[in-house]
Design a protein around this ligand. Sequence first.
Ligand SMILES: [Zn+2]
Length: 368
Amino acid sequence: MRGVLWLSVLALGAAQAQLADRPLMVEARVPKAPTVATGASGGVLTYEVWLTNLEQRELKWTRLEVLDARGGTLQVLADTALWRDLSRPGQGTIGMADRPRLGPQQRAVLFLRGPITGEAPRELRHRLTIVDSVGTRTLTMRPVAVAHDAVVIGPPLRGGNWYVANGPSNTSGHRRAQIPVDGVPAIAQRFAIDYVILDSAFKTFRGDSSKNESYYAEDQDALAVADGIVVATKDSIPENVPGINSRAVPITLETVGGNHVILDIGSGRFAFYAHLRPGSLRVKVGDRVRRGAVVGKVGNSGNSTEPHLHFHISDGNSPLGSEGLPYLHDQFELVGTCKAFGAGCAAQAPVTRRRLLPVDNEVIRFPK
Ligand SMILES: [Zn+2]
């Protein structure tokens, strides 16, 4: 009996040694390589790391090091700092401590927004630390190339004061909206902005809040941000009555952007203008437009609670089935900031910003 027990312990020890020696069975990848974006506080890299467990036992992701090509450390996220920005596709909202624990065939998505100090790297390396019943192991992922060609564009709107709602950050609803279209999950809205106009009291409307006409953004001109070709349009979706749940049509992949225009601005970049007023489109598919041309009027159609312009740039002719790319506006003025939508707002003396991506909660003014 004693001998059998001794043998089985020995066998278990051998099995553990074998497990520790072979490569960890995971899929770790960056689905969309980042492009450097420049905001008011400097360069940032906004992208995701996917980790999928292909082992037959639970793994726990405890640490991520982001390194440049020379091995210099750019960012370290460990434990709660890592888990805070993890999501678990298909598993709904789960507690922070459970997010890094991946059962067999489960995936975690890490939303990264890493600041760049000094020169932006050409390449990123990622070293993951993963703990399981066998021990603690590190995995170095294949290098990821960094693009440096964020497009410089003109204004999508005139004047101001435009509030940058759900704008570039690591936590906005746009940023976290990973949506599978035709079987491919993508984040078209990674750098999207919902623009509304604020008055001096930081309100978006005057008078009756149930009427679209009461909102300052309603019927404003949406402008071509660059020379381009119109590659998609949608019109004739009625406007919603302003409100959280008052959609005029059922919201599907077809109607979510409401009346919209997609402009091919070249080099694999597509500008998307959503929620326009029905009947306001000034362009049709195939039209060549010049920078500054009116493409339509801001409205409240599709998945929208009040008149606003949803604007983003992505890498494909599809509102949501494409990957969001950063862009830099050649000029705007920063005139204030808010803590949240219509809350904690403060005006400031205008500061001219050049070749920057607006950031979530800024209040900005475009040239008239
Ligand atoms: Zn939006």
